[in-house]
Design a protein around this ligand. Structure first.
Ligand code: PEP
Length: 246
């Protein structure tokens, strides 16, 4: 269960979140719990989670090791700051912030794996593509351009998140059936390229307006291995309720 904080919270607010969140998290929760704060908040988050099973990730990285890339953060920098995961190809970066392409997503994923970070690679169709019945075509294209270029070893290290863009931050969650069909398609693309074992081991998260009120319906689907939660992960109580449902 992953929480993407987007561009919310200062380091002080990060500390306050974990003060509330840690006592709410049951000691025997049965899943990985990862929070993706803004890069500036990572040191505070890593300090706050010490001694717990909570993990911290970056929301983005750049593929070069270092260099003249103003404003960017490398995989090694994230790792040195204590992050162990990273989100790659979030739709807000693909469509609004940085116009990331599938080729960029592939390079970032490779850089993340090389630095032993676990990438959550995001894929998903826009509203127009959804309305035009092109969702599965888009997913196949994004898989081919952004994921199929990995080696088998690299692929074994990644997690994929299906995040239909029309569901992100809109309150319009995909139905469990829509999400499950998309996950099945992604897993079958994985099987074609990387084989049955690798496809079965792949964790596929659903993301898009996940809330305590809709988490149970989503998690009942065998194809949904977890969720990537934006808005509802900013509040300690609501994210803890989502994790409890997992
Ligand atoms: C996200 O940021 O990845 C996301 C799914 O956001 P939200 O849960 O707010 O729709």
């Amino acid at each position: 269960m992953a929480g993407n904080w987007k561009m919310y919270k200062t380091p002080q607010e990060t500390v306050r979140f974990f003060e509330r969140f840690k006592p709410l998290l049951s000691a025997n929760h049965a899943c990985d719990v990862v929070i993706f704060p803004a890069a500036i908040d990572i040191p505070a988050a890593v300090h706050a989670i010490a001694g717990t099973s909570i993990q911290i990730g970056g929301q983005n990285l750049y593929w070069a090791k270092e260099g003249a890339y103003t404003g960017e953060t490398s995989a090694a920098m994230l790792s040195a700051a204590g992050a162990t995961w990273v989100v790659v190809g979030h739709s807000e970066r693909r469509h609004h912030v940085a116009h990331e392409t599938d080729a960029d997503v592939l390079k970032k994923t490779q850089a993340a794996v090389a630095a032993s970070l676990t990438p959550i690679v995001c894929v998903g169709e826009c509203l127009e593509e959804h309305k035009a019945g092109k969702a599965h075509e888009v997913l196949i294209r994004q898989f081919a351009g952004g994921i199929a270029g990995l080696t088998e070893e690299q692929f074994a290290q990644i997690v994929i998140a299906y995040e239909p863009v029309w569901a992100i931050g809109t309150g319009h969650t995909a139905t469990p059936e829509i999400a499950s069909k998309a996950h099945t398609l992604i897993r079958s693309e994985a099987e074609k390229r990387f084989g049955e074992d690798a496809a079965n081991r792949l964790r596929i998260l659903y993301g898009g307006s996940v809330k305590p009120e809709n988490i149970q319906g989503l998690m009942k689907e065998p194809e949904i291995d977890g969720t990537l939660v934006g808005g509802a992960s900013l509040d300690a109580e609501s994210f803890a309720r989502i994790i409890a449902a997992a």
